[in-house]
Design a protein around this ligand. Structure first.
Ligand code: SF4
Length: 325
């Protein structure tokens, strides 16, 4: 399958069937922590990046090939910014016509200032936008946005969406050491959240290869500070453990490429996910993918991470064990 993957384990969404409607890595942000590397192109253009009918046909096929209970949520989550696809609202409605499973949208939230975007996302059961900064200066530093998506537009859009949205609004805060985990920055994020009134705030940490080599997850003190300052609705979300369903892939190569394009994976996690194939076959395929340049290995935090060949990391290899996650 080209656009549908998983189910993959998610701490918040159980076994989540993913729909990826955006080419790697098409985004209007270029977050320093992005696990998919730098944004190329950095764009704010909404259009039909992939044919929507083909996406719908794959969703239908994936739903039909799983038993009840194997999928908990259907999640729109792009290899870039999901809402840049001009048919995101159509896709949500189509998925809801195909299944009673709840639908989630993972987005950076930048386009919610547009009334049509608020309408398009309204039928989703959960929307998970990002808010990593409580002021424009830090926003530019962490998220490095396209000029059209200002901090003011982000906040205005989130506030306006909350006023009309009946589903679950779960805001994600990615905590980066030394950037947004200080008391002063967290207090500004808390003030912005007070205006927005989300149902929950999810504190995340970068655990997959960040675009920028200097990005580090916050420490225990930072997590405690974030919980205390962001209030009772904030919870720390640790990476999920569980099985990746790669049965939709036609071959071992397709399975590896399909998963690492959306989820760059630590080598040990990838090998774990591939236990359905013989170790000899897996070793041979990984060696061939690396030597031929069809996949790339990124060194971060002392680990080897497998990622798509076309992802842009300025410093691909750093294997010094600074921090183990
Ligand atoms: S983390 Fe999300 S919003 Fe940020 S650059 Fe990556 S894809 Fe875009």
């Amino acid at each position: 399958m080209k656009y549908v993957f998983g189910p993959v384990p998610s701490r918040r969404l159980g076994q989540s069937l993913g729909i990826d409607p955006i080419p790697l890595k098409t985004c209007n942000w270029n977050c320093v922590y992005c696990q998919l590397g730098r944004s190329k192109p950095l764009t704010n253009e909404r259009r039909g990046y992939f044919p929507r009918e083909e996406i719908k046909a794959e969703v239908k096929q994936a739903l039909a090939s799983h038993q009840p209970g194997e999928i908990d949520w259907v999640t729109l989550v792009g290899s870039g910014e999901t809402t840049l696809h001009s048919s995101i609202g159509w896709m949500i409605r189509q998925v809801k016509s195909l299944t009673h499973l709840p639908v989630a949208v993972i987005t950076n939230g930048t386009l919610l200032y547009l009334p049509e975007m608020r309408r398009e996302l309204s039928p989703a059961d959960a929307v998970l936008p990002s808010l990593d900064a409580g002021n424009a200066r830090l926003y530019r530093k962490i998220n490095r946005p396209h000029p059209e998506v200002s901090f003011k537009r982000l906040i205005d859009g989130l506030v306006a969406f909350r006023k009309v949205y009946q589903g679950k609004l779960w805001i994600e805060v990615m905590l980066v050491k030394g950037l947004n985990d200080t008391e002063a920055e967290l207090k500004e994020i808390a003030a912005a959240l007070k205006n927005i009134q989300p149902d929950e705030v999810h504190i995340l940490q970068p655990t997959r290869p960040p675009a920028e080599i200097w990005v580090q997850p916050s420490d225990e003190g930072g997590l405690l500070r974030a919980r205390a300052i962001l209030g009772d609705i904030a919870k720390v979300i640790h990476p999920a453990s569980g099985s990746f369903d790669l049965s939709g892939a036609g071959s071992l190569v397709d399975a590896v490429i399909g998963i690492i394009t959306r989820h760059p994976m630590r080598e040990d996690e990838l090998l774990q996910a591939l236990t359905g194939w013989s170790p000899g076959e897996v070793d041979a395929v990984l060696a061939e993918l690396e030597s031929s340049g069809r996949a790339q290995v990124i060194g971060r935090y002392g680990y080897r991470f497998w990622s798509a060949a076309s992802a842009h990391y300025p410093h691909p290899i750093n294997t010094s064990p600074q921090h183990r996650v």
